[in-house]
Design a binder for this molecule. Structure first.
Ligand code: C2E
Ligand code: CA
Ligand code: CA
Length: 621
């Protein structure tokens, strides 16, 4: 009879245990919180094992965390969290540390509990048995514990229940960890650990709501790393990633704990200064970001990279009422900072108008070729000594139907930004070659080409097709490129230029002296001509610095066997000085403005020598 009872009791325990396990699984499957799942579980276990108080702790960074223990006093469980695990840290800290069950029959006298017994004594807890909770791959996830209100050990029955239950606890904890990881992926940038765009959206809305309630200001900073692509291209992605992590650290350094920092993606970050105190200088903080981040950094392998940033700043409520408007305006300010070359810029309504205009310009320039609004003009280049015109530079003109003529300095960047430059470039090249093919057979034509065109893989083919289409001999075509080409895609640029040279086309470096890397660029590319930038020429008479630059650039070009062309020559004085310095060719209003081909028809038909080049300009020009 007694045996039957035992069997029945065991059967009922098994059923209840099974029901409890099912309940945990359902909780996990429904996405209930870990705390809820394990609290229900503890209550279930306590119902099965009367007299035992069940509790579950987790472990994080080698410290205990409290997960569940509904029958323990909250003031005790609060103190438990954060205790570092070790070989003599109560029952749980020790069980986790030693990875085995630890039994303390008398908390009062057991040395494991010496420092901790004051924590439990007020609650009448006298003994504690604990075993580690391990994952399938052997990681210790936490500890299961039975507390008792009397001095005693764990019974075989209780031990059996614990044994049946810990694997379910492990499942629940691992599932919660996986959910946190997924959550982190959705809300955090895995590289820098900062929040991402989603976090920004969620948090900025709350920040603004609070600022509205408190009638305070908020400042949004859009931070962008300058020339980040160059870091990636020159040093590789690993160093690029390190640079991003560095920037994230430095931003966390300058910002305070209450500020929100997120990585928007790529090399862009947002810092939100929340709820500003009166008198906080938002511009000074923008400046602080720039100066804290700017610098040279070395990575372990010895690679060194430079970081510089631009910052756009917008204020709430002055520059935007809601998060979308604020972020958009901070970005507009950033674009302005990039254009002005300053460290930071603060949003102004003027910036918005300018950028609207720019967008409208981008839209319109995209249609300009098919609407036949574009035309090319020609500006002569003459030999500095003989005055013989050897070439014409082709310059593009756009007559906007509403706004009239728009300078290329404005519409070329717009066309580069929206990709229209490829069609436009093709148009210019065809017009130029077609025109030049009609001229006397010694005149050359120089065509400006944007970096985006050069690095596109079909550029050499396009040039070659246009040459055969128009019948122009390749040596009569010169491509003008600027130094900025080489910071985009060094390898692609180098390949294209070499292929162009192989076709027989010549290559000039334009605006020389205004960009970067002058000497190394010159050495690495097979240029034929070097064009001294107009800004140096126009200043050379009155500014010793500009004169020194012109002198050294001419010397440099000649030393490298290149022909040197001075642009923007307007006066006789400039011409005289350039001739003395040994400049080879001259281009500028002194010889002729950029004009439609018919104005130069008399020159284009034959070779013309300017009479008395040093004295006066030809009457016809
Ligand atoms: P750039 O290639 O440096 O062209 C020389 C610029 O200086 C031209 O301005 C020309 O009109 C101007 N200029 C020439 N001589 C003098 C002078 O004696 N005095 C003064 N004050 N100015 C002079 P423009 O036509 O406004 O072109 C500006 C820039 O636009 C060009 O600079 C070039 O970078 C770009 N560009 C023009 N046409 C094209 C094109 O077809 N394709 C591309 N990609 N860029 C072009
Ligand atoms: Ca040019
Ligand atoms: Ca130029």
């Amino acid at each position: 009879m007694k045996g039957d009872h035992a069997v029945a009791a065991n059967a009922s325990v098994a059923v209840r245990l099974n029901a409890l396990q099912q309940e945990i699984l359902v909780g996990i499957a429904l996405g209930d919180s870990l705390e809820n799942v394990l609290t229900t579980f503890c209550l279930g276990v306590e119902a099965l094992a009367p007299g035992a108080i069940c509790s579950i702790a987790g472990v994080e960074d080698e410290r205990l965390t409290f997960i569940a223990g509904p029958s323990l006093s909250e003031s005790y469980t609060c103190q438990l969290a954060g205790i570092r695990i070790g070989p003599k840290v109560g029952s749980r800290g020790t069980a986790i540390y030693l990875r085995r069950a630890v039994e303390v029959r008398d908390i009062e006298s057991d040395p494991l509990w010496t420092p901790y017994k004051p924590l439990v004594q007020p609650y009448g807890l006298q003994a504690c048995w604990s075993c580690p909770i391990e994952s399938l791959d052997g990681r210790v996830l936490g500890a299961f514990a039975f507390y008792f209100r009397e001095k005693r050990g764990v019974s075989p029955f209780e031990r059996m229940i614990a044994g049946e239950c810990v694997k379910f606890c492990a499942m629940a904890i691992e599932n919660a960890e996986a959910r946190t990881r997924l959550n982190n992926l959705a809300f955090f940038d895995p590289l820098t650990g900062l929040g991402n765009r989603v976090t920004l959206k969620n948090r900025l809305g709350l920040v603004l709501q609070r600022a509205r309630e408190l009638q305070r200001a908020v400042a949004v900073y859009h931070v962008d790393i300058s020339e980040f692509r160059a870091i990636n291209d020159l040093h590789g992605r690993v160093v690029g990633d390190m640079a991003l992590v560095k920037v994230a650290h430095l931003l966390s350094d300058v910002a305070s704990d209450s500020d929100l920092i997120v990585r928007l993606g790529g090399d862009e970050f947002i810092v939100v200064k929340t709820v500003l105190s009166d008198g906080f200088d938002t511009e000074q903080f923008a400046d602080a970001i720039v100066s804290r981040l700017r610098g040279r950094y070395r990575v372990e392998r010895g690679d060194e990279f430079a970081i510089d940033v631009r910052v756009g700043l917008a204020h709430f409520p002055e520059h935007g009422e809601d998060e979308d408007e604020l972020l958009e305006h901070a970005e507009m300010a950033l674009i302005c900072a990039k254009q002005n070359g300053g460290g930071y810029a603060i949003f102004e309504r003027r910036i918005e108008l300018e950028q609207r205009r720019r967008r409208a310009l981008e839209r319109d320039i995209g249609l300009a070729v098919e609407r036949e609004q574009l035309a090319v003009v020609f500006q002569p280049q003459a030999d500095a000594q003989s005055g013989i015109i050897g070439a014409f530079e082709v310059l593009l003109r756009w007559n906007h139907p509403e706004h009239g003529p728009i300078p290329p300095g404005q519409f070329i960047p717009a066309a580069e930004a929206n990709g229209a430059i490829h069609d436009i470039g093709h148009f210019v090249l065809r017009q130029a070659c077609y025109e030049a093919a009609q001229w006397g057979d010694k005149l050359r034509i120089a065509v400006n080409v944007s970096p985006a065109q050069i690095v596109k893989s079909d550029f050499v083919q396009i040039v070659s097709d246009v040459l055969s289409e128009t019948g122009l001999e390749p040596w009569r075509l010169e491509i003008e490129v600027t130094e900025s080409l080489f910071i985009q895609d060094f390898a692609a640029a180098q390949t294209t230029l070499r292929l162009l040279k192989r076709l027989g086309v010549t290559v000039a470096i334009d605006d020389f002296g205004t960009g970067y890397s002058s000497l190394s660029t010159l050495r690495n590319f097979p240029f034929d001509r070097l064009k001294v930038d107009r800004s140096f020429v126009s200043d050379m008479i009155n500014n010793a610095g500009a004169a020194a630059i012109v002198t050294s650039v001419i010397g440099l070009g000649r030393a490298m066997g290149l022909r040197v062309v001075a642009e923007g020559v307007e006066s006789q004085e400039q011409l005289t000085m350039l001739r003395l310095l040994g400049c080879d060719e001259i281009q500028g209003y002194l010889f002729g403005k950029p004009l439609p081909a018919e104005h130069y028809a008399h020159i284009m038909g034959t070779q013309v020598v300017f009479n008395g080049i040093c004295e006066e300009r030809p009457a016809t020009l």
